[in-house]
Design a protein around this ligand. Structure first.
Ligand code: ADP
Length: 475
């Protein structure tokens, strides 16, 4: 089996050890072996990026935009093939995998345009004869550290903006999904990214993470809360800029006046699609008393009809859990929920034709917001129902969390919808929609423990990927 290499200074470089990439739908299916970068290779990659930065940062916005547009074209043209690879290594269904590659292409194309849309300001000066200008410049070398759950989309929405604004990149993808990352970097190189501008260092976060943080100017990270915190501490010590996207414990409120089918569909989609492995997944379903029992009954009925199977099989609605470790975590929380007195529905391990990490989604009912299952992010197909007396109590419960990424409400009342939109303490708010499912040209990010630093995507991405210069000129 050939080894997929790291990219350092424009060269594909192998390593002493490899990561074996296993298909979670069929653990007999090996996607490939991927070179594990060492801390010394990270240093080489960082040096290459430093050497490439002066020339790259002085290219025109048109040149950078053209390269990104070419990469976007290739991603779109190959979305069926790359989407299959993505689904094979991550376990999301084939339509979800292809959809993610199409999304990555859209993000890339939009970021290409942002290169030319970068704005500055001209203001009157205090002193006579002086001209004043505020402009944005590239920051330098960006460390991009990504998770496994959106292996091509998240990497793209960091790398594309970093490049659009003239930065160089050190990219470390998640251990479980290096194939999508490798393909993305390969596409970028073919599109004309000069050597040293993008470097790929695959491997273990704990081993090469510190070297990455040490050598870059800024880190954009998406992953777990604990890793985010440890990256933050190290980065702040080195005075590096950080952008962290971490967990969620996203509430979806369902009021008595909700359009019933809309609410049930939003809850099923938000809680269980993509195996619940989305930071925007709905994990707390806060339901008012008048609709509670009917809602729970409809949820259970729908859950029983969900098709859970091999990600590449036609008709599969929910693929496997990503790996054994995440499977163990899900079952640990199922036990915790039962110990805390919640009533469990679903959650059986499932056998399919191929050996994989299959489980039925879980709905906990009769839960309270102080239970661990309602406070800690599980990251699996597990949701809880919390009963609320009325809208005010539902809002209070929704905001009573350490997190604040996404939130939603299902209601036909304009009054409650608008009130929730204003008072929900989250970065993203949905009305009559699932808490997951986002556009790519608007800011993404959360509040409280969910996010730290400037927002990602759209025109807001420039906040992180550029640095402001104030120029005073007297001629
Ligand atoms: P998960 O538990 O979902 O895998 P992590 O936060 O551990 O989430 O992983 C997200 C990304 O962070 C991965 O690319 C992982 O390799 C990386 N990572 C893990 N530990 C560290 C660390 N100490 N420093 C830098 N990156 C890390």
């Amino acid at each position: 089996m050939s080894v997929f290499a790291n990219l350092i200074d424009g060269e594909w470089v192998t390593a002493d050890s490899v990561l074996i990439n296993i298909n979670p739908s069929d653990t007999n299916d090996i996607i490939g072996e991927f070179a594990v970068a060492s801390p010394a290779q990270v240093q080489q990659a960082a040096a290459a990026a430093r050497a490439a930065f002066p020339a790259w940062s002085r290219t025109t916005a048109q040149q950078r935009g053209d390269i990104l547009t070419k990469a976007a074209d290739e991603l779109l043209a190959r979305s069926a093939e790359l989407g299959r690879t993505l689904s094979r290594e991550e376990g999301k269904t084939l339509p979800e995998g292809i959809g993610e590659v199409v999304r990555a292409s859209q993000v890339m194309r939009f970021a290409a345009g942002e290169a030319l849309r970068l704005k500055g300001e001209i203001l009157p000066a205090v002193r006579p004869g002086v001209e004043l200008e505020v402009s944005r410049e590239p920051l330098g070398i960006i460390g991009v550290i990504t998770p496994w759950n959106f292996p091509i989309a998240i990497a793209t929405w960091k790398i594309a903006y970093a490049l659009a604004f003239g930065n160089c990149v050190l990219f470390k993808p998640a251990e479980l999904t290096p194939a999508s990352a490798w393909e993305l970097v390969d596409v970028l190189m073919r599109a004309g990214v000069p050597k040293g501008v993008v470097n790929l260092v695959m491997g273990h976060g704990a081993e090469i993470g510190p070297a990455i943080i040490d050598t870059v100017d800024a880190i954009s990270f998406t992953g777990s809360v604990n890793t985010g915190r440890s990256i933050a501490v190290q980065a702040i010590n080195g005075m590096k800029r950080i952008q962290l996207e971490m967990g969620g414990k996203n509430p979806l409120i369902v009021l008595d006046d909700a359009e019933f089918d809309v609410a049930v569909d939003a809850a099923i989609n938000g809680s269980f699609f993509q195996t619940g492995q989305r930071c925007t997944a709905s994990s707390r379903l806060i339901v008012t008393e008048g609709i509670h029992d009917r809602f729970v009954a409809a949820m259970k009925e729908k859950m029983e009809g969900l098709v859970i199977d091999h990600a590449l099989k036609e008709g599969t609605q929910i693929g496997p859990v990503v790996d054994q470790k995440q499977m163990d975590r899900n079952f640990k929380y199922i036990e915790i929920g039962a110990d805390e007195g919640a009533t469990k529905f679903g959650g059986a391990p499932l056998k399919r034709e191929t050996p994989g990490f299959y489980m039925a989604p879980v709905l906990f009912t009769e839960t309270s917001n102080d239970m661990r299952i309602n406070r800690e992010e599980i990251f699996g197909p597990v949701a809880s129902v919390i009963r609320a007396k009325n809208y005010d109590e539902a809002l209070e419960i929704a905001n009573d969390t350490e997190f604040g990424l996404s939130s939603g409400i299902c209601t036909t009342s304009l009054k409650y919808a608008r009130d929730f939109q204003r008072n929900s303490q989250s970065g993203l708010t949905m009305v009559n929609l699932a808490t997951a499912g986002l556009d790519y040209h608007v800011p993404f990010g959360g509040r409280k423990g969910s996010s730290y630093g400037p927002r990602e995507q759209g025109s807001y991405a420039a906040e992180f990927y550029t640095i402001v210069k104030t120029s005073y000129v007297s001629i």
